[in-house]
Write a protein that binds this ligand. Structure first.
Ligand code: CUA
Length: 201
């Protein structure tokens, strides 16, 4: 059939030339397909950017609730006497806390197990954050903004709550504790209007 290709001869209009033209047509078709695939990928990425930009500008993950850091300690929700765990008349549990270089206030937080707990926190100086043990209680604390989320704790006992945003030289020493009490024990200790912390040890 085919003669052995000559290493130096020009490609003629023979069977070999035809095979070459066919291979080129296949390659061009494949490349054209990839042009469409890549264009589609780029279009999807651009659409994602536009969507997340517009959508999250209207509703960023931590909400846009602002607080004035200059008067934080003087008035409003985050004065010292209002920090800690509050139980409202309707049974809602709210933890309010502040992060600053390099500690949390309160240093030890007490919460009930199996009850939705709303955290409300902010920072006074730099960006901090916290995670409670291996739970999903996890947020950033940004000066000027109130971070808030609601979660339930299923395991009683004490959990560590470290700062997880690098905030300066004392970052690794910045942590608090969270005591998760059985629901009844927690409610027995709760007083209306009072802010709870852990028992001093
Ligand atoms: Cu506060 Cu790291």
């Amino acid at each position: 059939m085919n003669a052995a290709p000559s290493p130096i001869g020009p490609r003629g209009p023979g069977a070999q030339g035809q095979a070459h033209a066919q291979a080129e047509a296949v390659a061009i078709a494949a490349e054209r397909r990839w042009v469409f695939v890549v264009a589609a990928i780029i279009a999807v990425l651009l659409l994602m950017m536009v969507f997340t930009g517009l959508h999250w500008a209207a509703m960023p993950p931590s909400r846009v609730e602002t607080v004035d850091i200059n008067t934080l300690h003087l008035k409003g929700e985050f004065v010292e006497s209002n920090l800690g765990t509050a139980v409202d008349a309707d049974g809602k549990v709210t933890v309010r806390l502040i992060a600053q270089q390099y500690s949390f206030e309160p240093q030890c937080i007490v919460v009930p197990a199996e009850v939705p707990v709303t955290f409300r926190g902010t920072a006074t100086d730099a960006i901090h954050g916290f995670i409670v043990g291996r739970t999903n209680a996890n947020t950033m604390l940004v000066p000027g903004f109130v971070a808030t989320f609601t979660t339930s704790f299923h395991k009683t006992g004490e959990q560590l709550m470290p700062c997880h945003e690098y905030c300066g030289t004392g970052h690794e020493a910045m942590w608090a504790r969270v005591q998760v009490l059985p629901r009844e024990e927690f409610l027995a200790r709760a007083r209306p209007g009072e802010r709870m912390n852990c028992v001093p040890r």
